[in-house]
Design a protein around this ligand. Structure first.
Ligand code: COA
Length: 464
């Protein structure tokens, strides 16, 4: 496909909302409200047969009455009325349809869905959906969904085959301060599918990493999926949560969006071949995505753990074995350098244990040694809350060390895990906002670094 075909889906200059409503609580009302309140810069045209005005905007009885070009039409009227609206959109010259309405192939109404796509194609229109909650693209301040109003802008694109889960996660990403470039609800994928959207986002300069909640593909599209996603993975990391792993889960997926879940092992093997990173669950997917959005790829295999707690260090060491992270044995000269930043009973081996006496000063010293030593390629900083080390001060010295190294042309991934209470949570937020991914348990930090390494190996940045 030509990715430019999806330009009006992500960057429409004007949007008509068919089924816009004056009544709060209705989907057609929520979409217009989100478009306005999230600050969409293009034109918004509510369409409703009776209303004169909706949320302060002039409303039109039909899309054909709009005295302007319409790039995108969001359709939120009952299924039996959709075909007629699609025809009107075609006659108007609309380029892309976002069909919110449910009641198509997912409930056995394949015929209506086929007619919908056929009619749209007759007029050269593309269709997202049906059975979706909409689409958002934060660089253009477009929230054409009936999900939450706020979306934190950032480098992660999120494509979801589940509507309710997608909406819920939009709210969750705000809480977790996960920055998104796009949110795309796929629904029944009657026309535009996950592959096409991924291809478009692979070229999108505002997207650094693509995340996908996938239930299944349309029958017969498996081979194409492999080909397309291999190309996409060459350009950007793609992280997929593929649900329906168990037999019962697969059956549930089939009745949800009507797609075939397929044998899980086949998916698993296929994903590995294409460079797709398969996450076990949503938390892991966003943990990894945060790391990809913020960090450079490691240039080699050698990782170092710097910690003030032996226990955290041991847990991270186990996790490193699980996630394919190589903990280097520091050469004698490097051990000597680390030794300068710890009491005599500390350990300069890997994990580098600064002991519970460590203050931000010792962390700063040890992190700088690791940053400036060419044999170290990535750094895992672990912290357990102690009275002698204030978490926010620690966060600030980690940022300072990273910035100083960066000024000297040194770019290495640093992942952090901080264990403790509320002040620790605030410090982690501060780190995340300043481009250093931070996690509440060591395993999650190590797992994120493991994902970076796997992608770096796939790309050949790190030789296997
Ligand atoms: N053009 C423009 N507006 C039209 C219209 C047309 N041809 N036909 C009806 N409308 C108006 C209605 O008058 C109504 O406006 P009002 O509130 O001012 O009266 C509005 O469009 C909506 O129509 P209504 O009949 O009230 O439907 P609804 O809002 O109850 O339901 C859907 C419409 C699309 C929300 C519903 O059919 C549906 O599919 N719901 C499920 C959506 C879903 O879950 N999607 C997947 C999420 S993941």
């Amino acid at each position: 496909m030509n990715p430019r075909e999806l330009e009006p889906l992500f960057k429409p200059r004007s949007i008509a909302v068919i089924g816009a409503s004056t009544k709060p609580g209705k989907i057609g009302h929520a979409i217009v409200k989100n478009l306005i309140e999230y600050g969409f810069k293009g034109k918004i045209y509510p369409v409703n047969p009776k209303a004169k005005e909706i949320l302060g905007l002039k409303a039109y009885p039909s899309v054909k009455d709009i005295p302007d070009e319409v790039d995108m039409a969001v359709i939120s009227i009952p299924a039996e009325k959709v075909l007629n609206a699609v025809k009107e959109c075609g006659e108007k010259g609309v380029k892309v349809l976002v069909v919110i309405t449910a009641g198509f192939s997912e409930v056995g109404n394949e015929e209506l869905e086929e007619k919908l796509v056929k009619t749209a194609h007759e007029y050269g229109m593309r269709v997202l959906g049906p059975n979706i909650f909409g689409i958002a693209y934060t660089p253009h301040k477009m929230n054409a969904t009936f999900g939450p109003k706020d979306i934190l802008p950032g480098g992660i694109a999120f494509i979801t085959q589940s509507g309710a889960l997608g909406i819920a996660l939009m709210g969750w990403t705000i809480l977790e301060e996960i920055g998104l470039s796009a949110v795309v609800s796929m629904g029944n994928m009657a026309d535009i599918d996950v592959m096409e959207v991924s291809e478009y986002l692979a070229e999108d300069p505002n997207t650094k990493v693509i995340t996908i909640y996938l239930e299944g593909l349309k029958p017969g599209t498996g081979r194409k999926f492999l080909e397309v996603m291999r190309k996409v993975s060459e350009k950007k990391p793609v992280i997929v949560v593929k649900s329906g792993r168990s037999e019962r889960g697969a059956a549930a997926a089939a009745s949800h969006t009507g797609s075939l879940a397929g044998a899980d092992k086949v998916y698993d093997a296929a994903m590995k071949q294409t460079g797709i990173l398969r996450a076990l669950n949503i938390e892991e997917m966003f943990d990894w995505a945060r790391a990809f959005a913020l960090l450079p790829l490691p240039r080699g295999e050698n990782a170092v753990i710097i910690t003030n707690g032996g226990g955290a260090g041991v847990m991270a060491t186990d996790a490193a074995a699980d996630y394919g992270v190589n903990l280097m044995d520091p050469p004698e000269d490097l051990k000597e350098k680390f030794r300068k930043h710890m009491p005599w009973f500390g350990s300069p081996k890997n994990p580098v244990d600064l002991t519970g006496m460590a203050t931000p000063k010792e962390y700063y010293g040890a992190i700088k040694e690791a940053l400036y030593d060419e044999r170290v390629h990535s750094i895992i900083v672990l912290y357990c809350r102690t009275a002698v080390c204030d978490p926010m001060e620690l966060a600030n010295v980690i940022i300072k060390a990273r910035d100083e190294a960066r000024r000297d042309g040194i770019e290495k991934p640093i992942v952090v895990s901080m264990i403790g209470g509320e002040d620790v949570y605030e410090a982690m937020k501060h780190l995340n906002r300043n481009g250093i991914p931070s996690y509440p348990i060591p395993e999650r930090a190590v797992s994120a670094l493991g994902a970076l390494l796997r992608y770096a190996r796939y790309k050949g940045v790190v030789k296997q």
